[in-house]
Design a protein around this ligand. Structure first.
Ligand SMILES: [Zn+2]
Length: 279
């Protein structure tokens, strides 16, 4: 059983009344810590990470209003990337919640409330909804966020990105996006891409002024990846040819870079009891 399967299983068992439902963190050493992006809603303060059964020290918690990801290179994506690369996060879960006020606020209400705190309309961008990432459906917002994160060049194919919805009253989790399935697809794409690009990718990476934003996949169907990736890399090389060359990399190195492995602390509690849902 993989981490998210165990989390969902334990959560649903606890809700059904199983007082022994929980995770054994030592069994998931390769899949913890878990990086979570949630809303700022204060009702989450007391139910996370307990309803996941993940111990506090294995829970890297990012929050923003509405657990919104506005783009593949947004500030939130950079934090998620660093949470994995620097803090050793192994999997990402975007966790929306029921009854989210961000999702319930209309454009008119938002304008009124901003005005109430002294922000006038003319000080704001034209497309307010897009700017703030406003949404109408808690579920769709999670699905969209997981999709943007999956396409982000800042998260490699080794990190599964899940989408969950937590019920703020019962603590029940719904697994909306299975990050294991999406990660397999991405790994295939990455492998084809890197194989076809070969050493050229290393050459690109070695240029000191290389913009990571340009590492975004060309928009292709899976079957087309190989030829299109070659074209794409050829274009990039052409574009960068005038720039100073860096020291050549070893020819054998053809795999994408791996995030540094940060040693995990030893498990502190052998068994974690999930918080029971309030009646
Ligand atoms: Zn919310």
């Amino acid at each position: 059983m993989r981490l998210l399967e165990a989390i969902i299983d334990a959560n649903h068992r606890a809700l059904a009344g199983d007082t022994n439902a929980g995770l054994h963190p030592s069994e998931f050493a390769d899949e913890l810590p878990l990086v979570a992006l949630t809303c700022i809603d204060v009702r989450l303060n007391s139910i996370l990470p307990q309803v996941l059964g993940v111990p506090q020290e294995q829970f890297i918690w990012l929050r923003n209003a509405g657990n919104i990801i506005t783009g593949p290179q947004s500030s939130t994506m950079r934090s998620l990337s660093l949470a994995c690369a620097v803090k050793g996060g192994k999997e990402i879960a975007i966790i929306g919640h029921t009854d989210c006020q961000v999702g319930k606020t209309t454009t008119m209400q938002l304008l009124e409330r901003l005005r109430a705190i002294g922000v006038e309309r003319h000080m704001l961008p034209d497309n307010l909804n897009e700017f703030f990432g406003m949404f109408g459906s808690d579920r769709q917002n999670v699905i969209k966020g997981a999709d943007i994160a999956r396409q982000s060049p800042l998260i490699g194919p080794k990190i599964p990105i899940h989408g969950l919805l937590v019920d703020v009253e019962s603590g029940k989790l719904d697994w909306l996006v299975n990050g294991y399935q999406a990660a397999e697809t991405m790994t295939t794409r990455w492998n084809e891409f890197v194989k076809s690009a070969g050493q050229t990718v290393d050459k690109l990476k070695s240029l000191s002024d290389f913009d990571i934003g340009e590492m975004k996949f060309p928009d292709t169907k899976i079957g087309e990846t190989v030829t299109r990736a070659e074209d794409w890399v050829a274009q990039k090389v052409q574009k960068l040819e005038m720039k100073p060359a860096a020291a050549p990399e070893p020819a054998a190195q053809k795999t994408p870079p791996t995030p540094p492995r940060i040693p995990l602390p030893p498990p502190i509690r052998p068994k974690v009891h999930l918080r029971r849902a309030p009646k």
